[in-house]
Write a protein that binds this ligand. Structure first.
Ligand code: HEC
Ligand code: HEC
Ligand code: HEC
Ligand code: HEC
Ligand code: HEC
Ligand code: HEC
Ligand code: HEC
Ligand code: HEC
Length: 459
């Protein structure tokens, strides 16, 4: 009958069969009825979807072919999940608008799609995600002025945004450092214009983005649109767009570790496409970020809560056992062991945990010493009011935020160069400079006039 019928894995109720013409051959599912001789260009696909949904695809195949090509190669397209399922919204939604192809119809759409839309079909993944540091906590790190005590705003908007040089507070120029940097990783607070479309560089945003309908989360940071692939999220590259750089060099640490070396050497041969939840040792030889932090392995189930398997807090000023919103450290340590035990002896795992515990304790000795010095300077009135104009306080920031994180995370994930040369070696150097400033201030009773510290130095 001149048609290629694709059997649908999932048919939503109330759907009728529509006919869609696509520019190029459509990937075929199992169960596809053999196609008569037709030039690939003219393939006509009849599949389970509403006429309205078919129209979106038909027109977008011409107008935005890149999106349709990508979508049709994904698993969800094969299960008849279409543009219509993810992009249509109620006419009353604060995000409701219409693209040029829908003007005059009763269908409203939005270019914004939060995790809540995915939750209609993937509720477990969404619930886990919402409990993780990737959701509200992530955005709060950039937007919650109360939580950051005003200091954050001072750094971001006053200095980085050049309010100090006269740029109008709150303007697009003033917030440019936030929207081009912090918010792309952490998430933004999306603002809308009069046509219900996102404005002020606040969309698309990072992992913890808050949408105008109150929903949270950008799932595409790991499963990029429009393929939404599980294989992609299993690769370390999925995490590397954010977990890199001087203050959290996780991808650098990983590629330095033996695990990363094995991935670099033979990763291309691994089986990345195992069905969700069935990806196990044998499909891969060494763990990726996902294996240790998210994927099911052995007895462990997949989780979208990346805090579940963590013991320590290795990102804040002092490392403490995780509790409250950051997770449960005791439980986290046990779960992480259950990852390693699939490939290692308990003696190796014990030693490795001991290495991390000791590294955390060593770092905390430096941090506690720094806090003591700061208290002494404060008591003597020898701290500048503005921490960004005070060499001692600038160094204290680098101590925990850069060098101290590298030392701790390098020790946690088996990256010796980060644990030592970029880590503890520099922790000790920064600390000694702080000590020298501390001693000099107490000796002279004065804050040195010019900061001897290059705060933008290669620390
Ligand atoms: C499984 C859900 C899903 C399906 C199916 C889907 N999209 Fe999307 N789409 C998304 C998500 C998620 C985003 C990113 C939105 C965000 O960051 O707020 C997006 C973004 C977009 C954007 C704006 C971003 C850009 O790059 O310009 C367009 C346009 C778009 N989709 C069109 C389509 C079309 C056309 C189809 C059908 C062929 C489609 N989408 C199918 C979820 C989906
Ligand atoms: C007749 C052609 C046509 C049809 C039908 C059509 N679109 Fe579009 N759509 C476009 C064009 C062209 C654009 C880009 C220009 C624009 O934004 O209006 C667009 C833009 C979009 C965007 C991005 C909007 C934005 O604000 O950036 C989304 C999302 C989208 N369409 C989804 C859909 C969905 C879902 C359907 C089906 C319910 C659909 N479209 C039906 C032609 C069409
Ligand atoms: C209307 C229901 C529905 C919605 C909405 C939906 N999905 Fe899915 N999704 C499915 C179904 C059904 C499958 C299984 C497809 C298969 O394995 O054949 C699936 C599979 C997946 C997979 C596994 C793909 C793979 O490579 O194995 C991912 C990842 C995924 N969805 C992410 C998302 C994201 C992210 C969103 C929101 C942007 C979303 N889904 C929205 C129904 C949905
Ligand atoms: C779009 C950017 C982005 C991507 C991609 C990303 N993350 Fe994150 N991740 C963050 C941010 C931002 C934080 C810090 C959250 C906060 O402020 O509490 C974070 C925190 C974490 C934490 C610590 C959570 C906590 O609260 O202590 C872990 C573990 C983690 N990510 C693992 C991963 C893994 C594994 C991947 C890839 C599979 C990944 N991330 C991909 C941005 C990202
Ligand atoms: C390249 C992506 C990226 C950029 C840009 C970025 N961050 Fe982060 N940030 C992260 C990641 C990843 C973590 C988690 C680090 C860890 O676990 O050690 C993090 C952690 C944090 C934390 C500690 C977690 C918390 O919730 O208390 C704060 C605060 C923070 N970032 C604020 C900011 C601010 C403010 C900016 C911009 C001035 C910014 N970040 C820019 C990726 C980024
Ligand atoms: C930090 C990266 C990351 C983010 C963010 C993320 N995922 Fe995933 N997701 C993964 C990884 C890794 C897997 C693969 C697990 C495995 O190995 O089977 C996965 C698997 C899935 C699957 C397949 C079924 C399963 O649970 O294994 C679905 C569905 C899915 N994700 C949906 C979502 C949705 C919905 C969101 C947003 C709420 C989301 N993901 C956000 C990394 C991520
Ligand atoms: C061999 C398993 C393993 C691999 C592979 C791995 N990690 Fe980790 N990761 C750990 C362990 C163990 C910790 C420390 C857990 C604890 O607190 O006890 C950790 C800590 C972290 C933290 C610090 C959270 C905090 O407290 O600030 C982040 C972020 C992180 N990993 C992200 C990643 C990313 C991104 C990758 C890939 C580039 C990756 N991990 C690869 C095991 C792994
Ligand atoms: C999928 C299997 C797998 C998992 C899971 C795994 N590893 Fe490994 N690991 C390996 C392989 C393979 C090597 C390389 C061994 C060698 O160097 O000959 C390795 C090497 C190491 C090394 C370097 C020392 C050595 O033996 O050469 C350490 C340390 C290590 N792993 C710790 C861990 C920890 C801790 C975990 C859990 C958080 C973990 N691994 C999870 C497979 C795994």
């Amino acid at each position: 009958m001149g048609m290629n019928y694709i059997k649908s894995g999932l048919l939503c109720t109330g759907l009728v069969l529509g006919v869609v013409t696509l520019g190029v051959g459509f990937a075929q599912d199992e169960g596809t009825v053999a196609m008569p001789n037709l030039a690939a260009k003219d393939v006509v696909i009849k599949r389970g979807m509403s006429e309205e949904a078919a129209k979106c695809i038909e027109c977008h195949a011409k107008k935005t072919p890149g999106i349709v090509e990508d979508w049709k190669n994904g698993k969800m397209a094969h299960a008849s999940i279409t543009c219509y399922d993810c992009h249509t919204v109620d006419a009353t939604s604060p995000m409701a608008s219409q693209c040029s192809g829908l003007k005059g119809t009763k269908t409203f759409i939005s270019p914004m799609v939060s995790g809540k839309t995915c939750a209609r079909c993937h509720p477990t993944e969404y619930d886990e995600f919402l409990k993780s540091g990737h959701a509200d906590l992530s955005r709060a790190a950039v937007y919650d002025e109360k939580k950051a005590g005003g200091k954050l705003v001072k750094l971001q908007l006053h200095y980085e945004g050049a309010a100090a040089l006269g740029v109008a507070a709150g303007s697009g120029v003033n917030t440019a450092s936030r929207t081009s940097g912090c918010a792309v990783c952490h998430g933004s607070v999306v603002e809308l214009g009069p046509d219900n479309k996102p404005v002020n560089s606040t969309w698309p945003g990072g992992v913890g983005t808050l949408y105008p309908d109150g929903s949270v989360g950008t799932c595409t940071v790991c499963h990029t649109r429009h393929k939404f692939s599980v294989a992609e999220a299993r690769k370390p590259e999925a995490c590397a767009s954010c977990h890199l750089g001087p203050d959290h060099p996780d991808i650098e640490i990983y590629t330095e570790s033996k695990h990363g070396q094995i991935f670099l050497t033979r990763g291309e041969e691994w089986n990345w496409d195992a069905a969700p939840g069935t990806w196990q040792p044998g499909d891969y030889e060494a763990p990726t970020c996902a294996v240790c932090h998210m994927s099911g392995i052995g007895e462990l189930k997949t989780t979208h809560n990346v805090n579940d398997r963590l013991k320590w807090d290795l990102m804040h000023k002092r490392s403490e056992l995780r509790s409250g919103a950051r997770g449960d450290g005791e439980k986290g340590a046990k779960l992480m062991r259950q990852v390693c035990i699939n490939c290692h002896a308990s003696s190796l795992i014990d030693n490795n945990e001991q290495t991390l515990d000791n590294a955390v304790a060593l770092y905390n000795v430096y941090w506690d010493g720094a806090v003591k010095m700061k208290k002494e300077l404060a008591a003597a009135g020898l701290l500048a009011k503005d921490p960004w104009q005070d060499g001692f306080q600038e160094l204290m920031y680098y101590l925990w935020h850069h060098t101290g994180r590298r030392a701790r995370q390098g020790a946690a994930m088996n990256g010796p160069d980060y644990a030592h040369w970029h880590g503890f070696f520099q922790v000790f150097q920064v600390y000694s400079d702080m000590k020298a400033i501390h001693d000099k201030r107490l000796e002279t009773g004065k804050i040195e006039e010019l900061s001897p510290v290059m705060s933008t130095g290669p620390i």
